[in-house]
Design a protein around this ligand. Structure first.
Ligand code: GLA
Length: 383
């Protein structure tokens, strides 16, 4: 019996190896209709596929990643991102599944900030605070999309112009987000923006991952490592207190790969406030370039996700607000902690925290930020 299993595994691995070296297999980008917004605007779905069969399906509504198919250790592809197969499901807004978040990812206290002596009031949508851009953030806007298929990489360029005053933010802001899927199984997200008045900006992507496969239960056994010595503790409204607290000796220390569930229910004030992990980690960075921020492994499938970024921080969120009411693409309910997010970004509420790295963008400057998700197998780190 055991011998037979070993043989089957070896045969599959060989098959997978043959497939990846097969000559003439190329990536592609295809476009299909996905649906219509409430005001009748048509939106499309673009499927970026690389030579290994890895797929990233992205809609120009909110730049949402609808599915992400990656290989397990047997070479089998499965969707590792929470999402829906029908566009209409995105119109009763889910909690930001797969979406581009802007103008300001994460929270701004009381929806207010002062810039160059002027106070701005934002649309509030999370109690008294503003979360993820306000009532109609970038995740609920239709972007223009231009696909591009090149040798070795498939990409989608999304553009959106946010009007001066939209959701209360100053300045007309031109934003470009480019998704690129390479033949090395890297999905990079490149953010660029320019403004005509000083404004604040913090762009990210809110994909919920389950590396065992979307809808395959909770993510508590996934092992996470985060390259951070400090995090920003929060108050009851999940607004940072301003302290940069050391993770050492706390359940927030992910220097060594640790199962998400190992300490999530510890008697810890911050875990209680977040209902689990919902915290901004301050990355230990060497410079300003693309550096490894976090990695996650799922042992049963062998999937490894590495997150690299130019951003100074990452919000680690363990799907604590999912409650089983949303049913995903494979018809399974998204219960509590059935996905995790690693939202690369600046710290929450930076516009009100002068000691945090600035999120101000001025006319004449270009906002530039890149995050890369490297899909690998355990033991094959890209580092
Ligand atoms: C972010 C926040 C969470 C929650 C989710 C969406 O990740 O940090 O508190 O609001 O978005 O449900």
């Amino acid at each position: 019996m055991r011998k037979q299993i070993v043989f089957t595994t070896a045969a599959l691995l060989l098959l997978a190896a043959c497939k990846s070296t097969e000559s003439g297999v190329k990536g592609s980008v295809t476009k299909q209709e996905f649906g219509k917004t409430a005001s009748g605007e048509a939106v499309d779905l673009y499927v970026l596929k690389n030579k290994n069969g890895v797929e990233a399906a992205i809609t120009n509504y909110g730049g949402i990643i609808v599915w992400l198919k990656t290989a397990d250790k047997m070479g089998r592809l499965a969707n590792v991102a929470l999402g829906f197969d029908k566009f209409d499901r995105y119109l009763t807004p889910p909690p930001y599944f797969g979406a581009i978040i802007g103008r300001y990812g994460n929270r701004i206290a009381k929806g207010k900030f002062t810039l160059d002596g002027k106070e701005y009031s934002l649309a509030t949508n999370d109690g008294a605070n503003t979360l993820h851009g306000g009532k109609q953030g970038f995740d609920k806007r239709v972007w223009t999309a231009v696909p591009n298929s090149a040798s070795g990489s498939q990409s989608l360029v999304l553009k959106y112009t946010s009007k001066d005053g939209e959701e209360g933010y100053p300045g007309t802001l031109d934003v470009t987000v480019t998704y690129t899927l390479s033949d090395d199984d890297d999905l990079s997200i490149d953010y660029r923006a320019k403004t005509d008045k000083a404004t604040v900006l913090n762009l990210t992507n809110h994909t919920y991952f389950n590396l065992a496969g979307e809808g395959q239960g909770d993510i508590l056994a996934h092992k996470v490592a985060i390259n951070a010595s400090r995090f920003t503790p929060v108050d009851a409204g999940l607004i940072p207190t301003g302290e940069l607290k050391k993770v050492e000796g706390t359940p927030f220390d992910f220097h060594n790969p640790t199962a998400i569930g190992e300490r999530i229910n510890n008697d810890d004030e911050q875990l209680k406030l977040g209902k689990g992990y919902d915290h901004n980690y301050v990355l230990d960075r060497k410079g300003a370039g693309l550096e490894p921020a976090a990695s996650v492994t799922e042992e049963s499938t062998g999937r490894l996700l590495e997150v690299w970024t130019t951003e100074p921080a990452v919000q680690f969120y363990t799907g604590n607000f999912l409650d089983g009411t949303l049913v995903g693409a494979s018809n399974r309910a998204y219960t509590k902690r059935s996905g995790f997010c690693l939202e690369t970004q600046h710290y929450p509420d930076s516009p009100n925290q002068p000691a945090f790295p600035t999120t101000v963008l001025k006319p004449g400057e270009e906002y530039k930020s890149t995050t890369v998700w490297k899909f690998r197998l355990a033991g094959n780190s890209a580092r």
